[in-house]
Write a protein that binds this ligand. Structure first.
Ligand code: F6P
Length: 341
């Protein structure tokens, strides 16, 4: 293979640029040419002439540890359509692109598999803050996002501790509870609400949070009384997963205020969580994954996803990877409950 392409797809994530950097550097070190493809599968299909970035050793260095996606990232839901895939393949042929690295989530990997089956070998790299790709223990962007949640919540704690308030915080995760649970642990949350516990709390998120705060308050007061101490911690941070039907942070804050008389506020952290410089862990993992992806293409191998298992970089067949499941680690949830007060 003499020329390959690389694109980023889906929601942008810190660490995507690091993987692109590594793809370019590895390819150049092995005598290959690399085109960055802007605007994901859409650019590949409809605007190839304006979307190619002629990467080389002189122009890729700056993106190594920058947040966002230099190549732009977007969702192109119609890419499953045969005519679009054929167009993308024809465009690649016209530009001499013989293999492709796709950095994104599960939907992007389906596209990579379909292109491989039609003759263009593709390798997937998991890039999303959500950590919702079961084949990989870590997706690019997840570690950075956890750190961002921790720092943002630390700021929130500065203000709620000054006012003895409760703050109910919604975090991203797209139906995967890793960000809320581990983000909650990292910022000392009193309670964490995720889909996996809803049945056990009779679908009453507000009631659950009120009880957890009441329990925490009682324990804190008891401990202070035993020591004859007047200093009692009176602020509470609550973490709630996004996209839960019938659950919203404003309602939970109102219930806390009404039931417990604790002044409460709510906030949706939103896209603040998706930006920022990648952590060293995400930069290094991106470099490892990009390197492995190019080595596979050099061997003429496609239809693989490159993932991290523990500390190892391994690769799986895309279909096999898409069928894997990784339920929430309930030990992490139990840890958060034990540390909740
Ligand atoms: O997949 C990443 C993610 O940030 C999710 O956490 C979130 O649910 C979604 O994307 C938001 O999408 P958009 O940027 O299109 O609003």
């Amino acid at each position: 293979m003499k020329t390959i392409g690389v694109l980023t797809s889906g929601g942008d994530a810190p660490g995507m640029n690091s993987a692109v950097y590594s793809v370019v550097k590895t390819a150049c070190a092995n005598g290959m040419k690399v085109y960055g493809i802007k605007y994901s599968y859409w650019g590949l299909t409809f605007d190839i002439d304006n979307c190619l970035v002629d990467f080389d050793l002189n122009n890729v260095g700056d993106i190594l540890n920058k947040g966002g996606s230099y190549l732009r990232s977007m969702r192109f839901k119609d890419f499953y359509k045969e005519e679009y895939m054929q167009q993308a393949i024809a465009n690649c042929r016209a530009k001499g692109i013989e293999g492709l690295v796709v950095i994104g989530g599960d939907g992007s990997f389906r596209g990579a598999r379909d292109l491989t089956l039609r003759g263009l070998p593709c390798i997937g790299i998991p890039g999303t803050i959500d950590n919702d790709i079961p084949s990989s223990d870590f997706t690019l962007g997840y570690d950075t996002c956890l750190n961002t949640i921790m720092h943002l919540c630390e700021s929130l704690c500065d203000t709620i501790s000054s006012n003895d308030r409760c703050m109910v915080v919604e975090v991203m995760g797209n139906k995967c509870s890793d960000l809320p649970v581990n983000g909650g642990i990292a910022c000392g949350a009193t309670a964490i609400v995720v889909p996996e516990i809803m049945e056990s709390i009779n679908n009453d998120a507000a009631g659950y949070v009120v009880n957890k705060i009441r329990e925490a308050r009682d324990l804190r007061e008891k401990m202070a009384a035993e020591k004859g101490d007047k200093e009692i911690k009176k602020h509470y941070l609550i973490i709630v997963a996004e996209k839960m039907d019938g659950v919203n942070v404003a309602d939970i804050a109102k219930a806390v205020e009404k039931e417990l008389g604790i002044e409460s506020r709510s906030i949706i952290l939103g896209h603040l969580q998706r930006g920022g410089q990648p952590s060293a862990f995400d930069v290094i993992t991106g470099c490892q994954m990009g390197n492995r992806a190019v080595k596979l293409l050099m061997d003429g191998i496609g239809n693989r996803v490159v993932v991290k298992k523990g500390i190892d970089i391994v690769d799986y067949d895309i279909l096999e990877a898409l069928e894997m499941k990784s339920p929430l680690d309930m030990n992490q949830y139990k840890l958060s409950v034990e540390l909740g007060a």
